[in-house]
Design a protein around this ligand. Structure first.
Ligand code: ADP
Ligand code: MG
Length: 703
């Protein structure tokens, strides 16, 4: 009796998947690879797609094969041999759409008849569901290459005649098996799926209760039910993210960094004098905002946003010098070695003659040099460390790190930002990005950051004229610019040619141009596969003007700053995303005077044509990024790394901005009443938040 009661209380979160029929130790191991241990884990493993497997009423048009399901009566069936290895089974099935010809392929097996069960089940007069790639032949006959088939019975209901879920899987599992165990788990435990969202909110936003939602997400009865179920879980994902950001923001503001900055100007003034230009009003404003953050008692968390070429580096250096003036160390992290080298060179130049020690830390350092560098960083002999990811490795220990600047933040995950931050106890953080993002998206991506925007370009900038050109025209223009004493980039989508793709490659084209049309002009080649030292050498030579034409891949997309370069040719332009094209183009038009960008290529799809059109029309990074989001969805812009970081399964920030806004408001409201979720009615909220954002990667700190 007692035992029985206890069993009844065992819930989906305690029961292992092995309690399901058909799941033994070995399958449980495989499921664990997907992070699934308990029945609740299983129920929260959502489909990645839903196929419409109602019996098709139309054949697909010729040449457009599609996955379809058909239900009908077998009119005729026979098995055939197809060569040495394959057996074939063919059946004519009379369906509502007409007669389809279903084909099964099986590998031959010398020991048994691979078609045996088919022969038993598929015979004239039998009713059957077939699912597979359907194609209409020119003669108008519909052929289905069968992937799954079902005899109509109790069990077939989860696979056909419905919206059928498709799950993210791992090797050793099939969709069919997965649907069966989900169905089993739902039948017994859908009611046990806990509610994490407070009642007030579920009522206000009219969210489905978990039981309904979890059923609807796995086996929806209709599109509408699926939409509602999805909305519920998307809301949940975004709600918890917003809670986490807002708690983090508040916690940051409560921390005391125990350090006071004074604006001494002992380094700042000489730096300004050396710059050779007046800072723009936008730059001055950003510097003021940063300086007042740094003078606060709590650590700065600020995003500096500004289109390519708006002059973020000078702002960053100002912040760095304020730190150094006050006896602290500062770190500047860049997403590529080339960019780290460039920052190092810039800093070395503008700080020449000043009592500041700069160290570079990238994979180019030999072990001995690296050790020396680490020693100096640890004992405080260097003031500024510039580097790549190498900066956040475990063995990098600072004596007195107080400011971290992360350039081109969108290239890094939130996790890396957090790791860098842990290098100093309570350090000021400035992250910079040239990818302007819509405000709603910023809330989700950088919810804990204050934002400064450089909305003004340095004076005298004339945006590059952009053309869609033939190669001949573009190369002629290159020669013209070189004759004027300027320099050029020619960009290719790949490093090397490959048989699979018909793309121009940097390596092959370097050889062709360098030995051909441009044999009289010094050309250089740069791409990601070069050794560090070679990359550095090429960039130095381009910087100094020794190289006139730089033939490159996308490695030069970010941050590179050579003002004398006035023309860029982008080959196979249709192969680049809008954001990349804009970033690439941002490499020119940095000095004064005119500049040109020539897009060369052969756009075939409507999207690639549209991308090029937009680029010809606009230089506004903000507009471009919105267009980009509309064309591609947010996932691509944010980068998959970050999506993973947030643990989203269903949310798509380009589609779900409305839900994001609601979730943001609701999180604000909850926290305004209960800042650290101490109220008893928020207990489950708190537990869930800890599971999601604390245990995982110490994003927040909830006791
Ligand atoms: P980004 O914002 O893309 O990082 P950079 O910091 O690389 O831009 O600056 C782009 C170019 O503009 C650099 O050559 C830099 O020296 C120059 N620059 C920056 N600020 C100014 C300014 N206020 N006046 C003139 N040139 C500037
Ligand atoms: Mg930059």
């Amino acid at each position: 009796m007692v035992n029985d009661t206890k069993n009844n209380f065992q819930t989906a979160s305690e029961l292992s998947v092995t309690s399901l029929r058909g799941v033994g130790q070995s399958r449980a191991k495989t499921l664990e690879k997907l992070g699934i241990r308990s029945l609740l884990d299983l129920l929260r493993h959502f489909p990645r797609d839903w196929q419409d497997r109602h019996s098709a009423e139309n054949f697909p048009p010729p040449e457009q094969p599609a996955l379809k399901a058909f239900f009908g009566r077998v009119v005729h069936a026979r098995s055939l041999s197809a060569g040495m290895r394959l057996s074939l089974f063919k059946a004519e099935i009379a369906t509502g759409a007409g007669t389809v010809s279903a084909v099964w392929f099986r590998r031959k097996n010398p020991r048994f008849d691979a078609m045996e069960s088919l022969k038993k089940e598929i015979y004239p007069g039998a009713d059957v569901w077939v699912v597979g790639r359907a194609e209409t032949s020119v003669s108008g006959k519909c052929e289905v290459h069968v992937e799954e088939y079902y005899l109509p019975n109790e069990g077939s209901r989860l696979h056909v005649d419905r919206l059928t879920p498709v799950y993210p899987l791992t090797e050793g599992l099939t969709q069919k098996f997965f649907r069966e165990i989900e169905w089993q788990a739902l039948s017994g435990f859908a009611k046990d799926v806990p509610e994490f969202v407070p009642h007030l909110i579920t009522a206000k936003r009219q969210l489905l209760v978990p039981e309904q939602a979890v059923k609807g997400i796995h086996f929806p009865q209709s599109r509408l039910e699926l939409e509602e179920a999805r909305r519920r879980f998307v809301y949940e994902e975004l709600f918890f993210l917003n809670l986490a950001w807002q708690i983090k923001r508040r916690q940051t503001r409560e921390a005391d960094k125990n350090f006071t900055y004074q604006i001494k100007r002992s380094l700042l003034t000489p730096f300004k004098n050396k710059l050779g230009f007046e800072l723009t009003a936008a730059q001055k404003r950003a510097i003021n905002e940063i300086f007042s953050d740094m003078q606060e008692s709590f650590p700065m968390s600020r995003l500096l946003q500004g289109d390519v070429g708006s002059g973020k580096t000078a702002v960053a250096i100002s912040a760095i010098l304020l730190a150094v003036e006050n006896g602290a160390q500062a770190a500047l992290m860049a997403p590529s070695e080339i960019l780290a080298e460039q920052h190092f060179a810039t800093l070395s130049r503008v700080l020449q003659g000043l009592p500041v020690k700069i160290q570079i830390l990238t994979s180019r350092l030999k072990p001995k040099e690296r050790n020396e560098a680490l020693g100096k960083i640890k004992n405080g002999q260097v003031d500024i460390v510039v580097g790549t990811h190498a900066l956040i490795e475990d063995d990098v220990v600072f004596k007195n790190l107080r400011l971290a600047v992360v350039d081109e933040q969108h290239r890094f995950g939130v996790r890396q930002r957090a790791t860098l931050k842990r290098k100093g106890r309570l350090i000021d953080l400035l992250v910079m990005t040239a990818t302007p993002i819509p405000r709603t998206l910023a809330l989700a991506l950088y919810g804990d950051l204050d934002v400064s925007t450089l909305d003004q370009m340095p004076p005298g900038r004339i945006p590059p004229k952009t053309f869609f050109s033939s190669e001949a025209k573009a190369l002629e223009a290159v020669r013209r610019e070189i004759q004027k004493g300027r320099q050029a980039y020619i960009v290719y989508p790949v490093i090397e040619e490959s048989a699979k793709q018909d793309l121009l490659s940097a390596k092959a084209e370097f050889k062709r141009l360098n030995e051909g049309v441009f044999s009289d002009i010094p050309c250089g080649l740069i791409h990601g596969a070069l050794k560090s030292a070679d990359k550095i050498k090429v960039m130095e030579d381009f910087n100094s003007g020794k190289i006139k034409i730089l033939i490159a891949t996308q490695v030069i997309e970010i941050g590179i700053d050579v003002p004398n370069a006035s023309i860029m040719v982008i080959q196979n332009a249709e192969r680049f995303g809008l954001a990349s094209l804009h970033q690439l183009r941002g490499r020119i038009g940095r000095g004064s005077g005119d500049s040109e960008c020539h897009l060369v290529g052969n756009p075939q799809t409507p999207e690639s044509k549209r991308r090029i059109e937009i680029l010809l029309e606009s230089h506004d990074g903000f507009r471009l990024s919105e267009e980009d989001m509309a064309l591609r969805g947010s996932g691509e812009i944010i980068g998959t790394v970050q999506h993973g970081d947030f643990g989203f399964h269903l949310a798509d920030l380009s589609k779900d901005q409305e839900i994001l806004k609601e979730a943001h408001e609701d999180a604000e409201q909850i926290l305004s009443q209960d800042p650290i979720l101490r109220l008893p009615e928020h207990e489950s909220l708190r537990m869930r938040l800890r599971d999601l954002y604390q245990e995982h990667w110490s994003f927040i700190d909830l006791a």
